[in-house]
Design a protein around this ligand. Structure first.
Ligand SMILES: [Ca+2]
Length: 186
């Protein structure tokens, strides 16, 4: 093979590797630009509710709709808006690090920009921090996002729910464990 052809081949392989490399970005839920009651930011070092804050949250802080705050449709208010910088255009699986009180306290709605909200959760892991994802079903395509700034809105649906971190990844195989490093990776 002539050197120039070899270099061209190398460039093609390199660009393919770059385009197939997964993009992942993680943000703390408590970095929300705004939050509307009963959605509250709870900080372990300064709990605002008078109750002891949960341990084990990344950054020692999380978003919470306190148990007893009410559920939709009776209580409609309670959103938090979180800015996220998407590193590359693609289809993103959304992961939320959550803590659910029980089977009537295990969902939130999430909205990307002005798109219709979708439900996250409804799993059966209670009273421990754990990750839940959207979409769960392979029949539902993951949200397509453009490169640049986006707004993730968490909407109140049930009380007794907490969100610690949000993670978006183009990798269908990536599974977050424990608390994740914030920012863009790899
Ligand atoms: Ca957090």
């Amino acid at each position: 093979m002539k050197p120039i052809k070899f270099v061209a081949l190398l460039l093609i392989v390199a660009s393919l590797a770059l385009t197939t490399q997964a993009a992942t970005v993680c943000v703390e839920a408590e970095t929300c630009a705004t939050n509307e009651s009963p959605m509250a930011v709870i900080r372990a070092d300064a709990p605002s509710t008078g109750r002891k804050a949960l341990e084990g949250a990344s950054g020692n802080a999380y978003l919470e709709v306190p148990l007893g705050a009410g559920k939709t449709p009776k209580v409609k208010a309670g959103t938090a808006k979180i800015a996220v910088e998407i590193p590359a255009a693609g289809s993103y699986t959304l992961w939320l690090r959550t803590y659910w009180e029980g089977e009537c306290s295990n969902t939130v709605l999430v909205q990307i920009d002005d798109q219709p909200p979708f439900l996250v959760g409804a799993d059966a892991t209670y009273r421990t921090w754990h990750w839940v994802k959207f979409p769960v079903s392979k029949m539902t395509p993951p949200p397509v996002m453009t490169q640049g700034g986006h707004t993730l809105t968490i909407l109140h649906r049930e009380d007794g729910v907490r969100v610690d971190q949000l993670l978006l990844t183009t990798s269908a195989r990536f599974v977050p464990v424990g608390t994740e490093k914030t920012g863009v990776s790899p």
